[in-house]
Design a protein around this ligand. Structure first.
Ligand code: ADP
Length: 421
């Protein structure tokens, strides 16, 4: 069946049409028929782009003021006789929606019903920058494709298996009870996808392996995936915690925040902007949030770009050590995301010299790894495998849509892992 996958942000709608089915999932044979994006929604020069395998990228520039028009244009271009890939929208049998925050309500992907919509609405308070746009895209698609099922796939759901010792912060417990302040974790679809494919690459059942997954893109997070369950992850209540990211600070002493607010006379909005937009690789280096530019500047001798690189990789190492202890050993470390898939320098700086943990990187294989493929880059005898798995969050969303409709979508919740009330 053909599934439309939608990922709606504040000013963009990313989409894919994926052909998949229960049988195709089992054979790992599902395929992307088209992918693209509408960017700069709300401006007069919004851009729609469409990529179809084997064809040149198609682009349209026009004024697209809101998400409904964006989804309408996406459907129109998909049905275009020359540029499109379907004859009419009736070929789309279901829509899978990326929803960032599912709180504690959603430990699985679900069919969208009025109750589910209300639940996503309730989670807006937890993700005010994301869920409202996800909902806007959902409503637009429901209006334009009213006769097909819509499925919501949450970034947080995979991490709902974490035990309370990993997700409760050392704050007054009332804050958890009253406001749901706890670690939720994000990038769940990616961590899940790469864990499944790492096990496949090792030729072992997922239920038998302990994997540390490193999603290193603009946003970065790691997860400890213990025999198929996420037992810890580096992002927290928001995607700000943990690793150093393009423009986000990651871990820091929380006491810095009131101190800086007072000293620099910052407002809350300015503090948030500092942590989310002016920190990370960009904040430390002063060069760029983009790892490619950090690597270039570092090669030219820029000391702060080098420092940003070192902090980035050192944090990955620290979390790797922590998760190896948390799971009492590991079988594999997997890299994914734009940086994880493409930068041999970063991978080597993250896992080089960790032979004492059983990790033996094959430096040659690391340097020559083909792009876009799942490969092992550890030495043949290494006790712990090191893998690169290109992530594909849209494919997980399409697959979950099929699973939900077939009634075979598992819940990620682990009975007994609820926090005391
Ligand atoms: P997003 O989190 O927005 O999906 P990506 O996963 O595409 O982002 O990752 C973007 C990051 O990947 C950027 O920091 C970019 O510099 C980095 N990246 C892409 N290609 C390379 C490369 N060849 N070498 C190093 N870093 C790369």
């Amino acid at each position: 069946m053909k599934i439309l996958v939608l990922n709606c942000g504040s000013s963009s709608v990313k989409f894919q049409v994926i052909e998949t089915s229960v049988e195709m999932i089992q054979a790992n044979a599902d395929r992307t028929l088209a992918r693209g994006a509408v960017e700069k929604i709300g401006l007069s020069d919004s851009r729609l782009s469409l990529d179809v395998p084997g064809r040149k990228t198609y682009q349209e520039i026009s004024e697209i003021l809101e998400h409904r028009t964006a989804v309408e244009r996406v459907l129109r271009v998909l049905c275009h006789p020359e540029h499109g890939v379907i004859a009419s929208t009736s070929e789309i049998e279901a829509v899978g929606h990326r929803v960032v925050h599912g709180g504690e309500k959603f430990a699985s992907s679900v069919l969208v019903t009025p109750e589910v919509e209300a639940g996503i609405e309730e989670c807006v308070v937890l993700a005010p920058l994301h869920n409202p746009h996800n909902l806007r895209g959902l409503h637009a698609a429901q209006q334009l494709l009213p006769n097909v099922p819509h499925v919501a796939v949450f970034d947080t759901a995979f991490h709902q298996s974490m035990p309370p010792r990993a997700f409760i912060y050392g704050l007054p417990y009332e804050l958890y009870r009253r406001h749901g302040i706890r670690r939720y974790g994000f990038h769940g679809t990616s961590h899940r996808f790469v864990a499944i494919h790492t096990a496949r690459l090792l030729g072992k059942p997922l239920e038998e392996v302990k994997i540390v997954t490193c999603h290193l893109g603009n946003g970065c997070s790691m997860a400890a995936v213990d025999r198929g369950h996420s037992v810890d992850t580096s992002m927290g209540f928001t995607p700000l915690e943990g690793l150093l990211m393009g423009t986000r600070a990651g871990d820091l002493d929380p006491a810095v925040l009131p101190w800086v607010m007072a000293m620099e006379e910052l407002t809350l909005a300015q503090l948030n902007a500092m942590l989310n937009k002016h920190s990370g690789l960009y904040g430390v280096s002063g060069v760029s949030s983009d790892m490619r530019e950090i690597l270039d500047a570092r090669a030219k001798g820029n000391a702060r770009a080098d420092l940003a690189f070192q902090i980035f990789c050192y944090r990955v190492r620290k979390y790797l050590g922590a998760y190896a202890a948390a799971m009492e050993g590991i079988d594999a470390v997997t890299f994914t995301g734009g940086i994880g898939e493409n930068s041999p320098d970063v991978r080597e700086a993250c896992v080089g010299g960790l032979e004492f943990l059983g990790i033996e990187l094959d430096t040659q294989a690391n340097r020559t790894a083909p792009r876009g493929e799942g490969v092992l880059i550890s030495r043949p005898g290494s006790r712990v495998a090191v893998a690169i798995i290109p992530t594909n969050e849209e494919r997980v969303i399409a697959r979950d849509t099929v699973r939900v409709l077939a009634g075979i979508m598992p819940s990620f919740a682990v009975p007994g892992n609820e926090a005391p009330r």
